[in-house]
Design a protein around this ligand. Structure first.
Ligand code: ATP
Length: 264
């Protein structure tokens, strides 16, 4: 018997017969490349050979049902949970076992699931935490301005305790804090989770704007419709494996994807 415990198949599921090859060829060296990445939690084989690429300037989305392994993929990339097998490269350099704090310096910003903001600190102090590894004062000041321009609510509430913000504002703060690390690659885990529809639209507009300003983004989402709308390419993860990879427009037209993730 294999070491891996069998995971229950999540619903909805794609027919594995649909599985296609790698994502469409994208020119040049990828900013991020995962090759055959396997991650375990004890005996649970959460990622079973994930390979994916994110190219400079792209928004790429990673979609999948609860428990498919989306959060685990982001944790592997940001050094919070190292793979047992496989490799992760950032800009052509191996980072598979580099610790999380060092990866922040190397340009990986992570706005995690559940936001993980510091509730007893003010908005400004949370943002300062994002910039704590940096000594480039002028650029840090410019990044505060950038965050406050993207999120005027955060500027209005800069002295307020983060724990007293609404869910949408906390999400903005989590993204703003990640931006203060000046990431080359921004990892966003379920940014729309728990937000009212109007705020979901705002958050996706801001994701678009951040990308237009030059930040490459890997976006994990359950809101497949919005994610495919903003991303250039997408990967579909099922029970720890990529089962489909394509341009977003093609995924949005795919019958099985529509049935499984887009409500028909
Ligand atoms: P969700 O949208 O529910 O967060 P996900 O696609 O992000 O789902 P992961 O959180 O990455 O999925 O979980 C992948 C698998 O690993 C699941 O089977 C989950 O139960 C398991 N898992 C995740 N975290 C742990 C942990 N800390 N200990 C044990 N198993 C875990």
């Amino acid at each position: 018997m294999s070491e891996a415990a069998a995971l229950p198949a999540p619903e909805p599921a794609l027919d594995p017969a649909l599985t296609v090859g790698p994502a469409p060829a994208t020119a040049g060296r990828p900013l991020l490349r995962l090759s055959d990445v396997h991650v375990y939690y004890g005996h649970i084989h959460a990622l079973q050979g994930i390979s994916l690429e994110v190219h400079p300037g792209e928004i790429v989305t990673l979609l999948g049902a609860n428990g498919a392994g989306k959060t685990t993929t982001l944790k592997a990339i940001s050094g919070l949970h190292h793979p047992r097998q496989g490799s992760i490269e950032l800009d052509g350099q191996e980072i598979t076992r580099v610790p999380a704090h060092a990866l922040v310096r190397r340009g990986i910003g992570h706005a995690p699931e559940g936001r993980r903001i510091f509730g007893r600190m003010t908005v400004l102090e949370n943002l300062q935490m994002g910039a704590y590894t940096r000594s480039d004062r002028a650029a840090v000041d410019a990044d505060y301005e950038r965050v406050f321009t993207l999120f005027p609510r955060l500027q209005e509430r800069r002295s307020q305790l983060a724990g007293s913000l609404s869910g949408g504002e906390q999400q903005m703060l989590a993204i703003g804090r990640a931006l203060m690390t000046q990431p080359k690659l921004l990892l966003l885990d379920e940014p729309s989770m728990g937000l009212a529809p109007i705020l979901v639209e705002q958050i996706f507009q801001i994701i678009h704007d951040i990308n237009r300003q030059g930040t490459t983004i890997l976006l994990v989402e359950q809101n497949a419709l919005m994610a495919l709308g903003v991303a250039r390419r997408g990967y579909i993860l099922q029970t720890g494996q990529i089962v489909l990879a394509d341009e977003s427009a093609a995924l949005a037209q795919n019958d099985e994807v529509r049935k499984a993730y887009l409500g028909g």
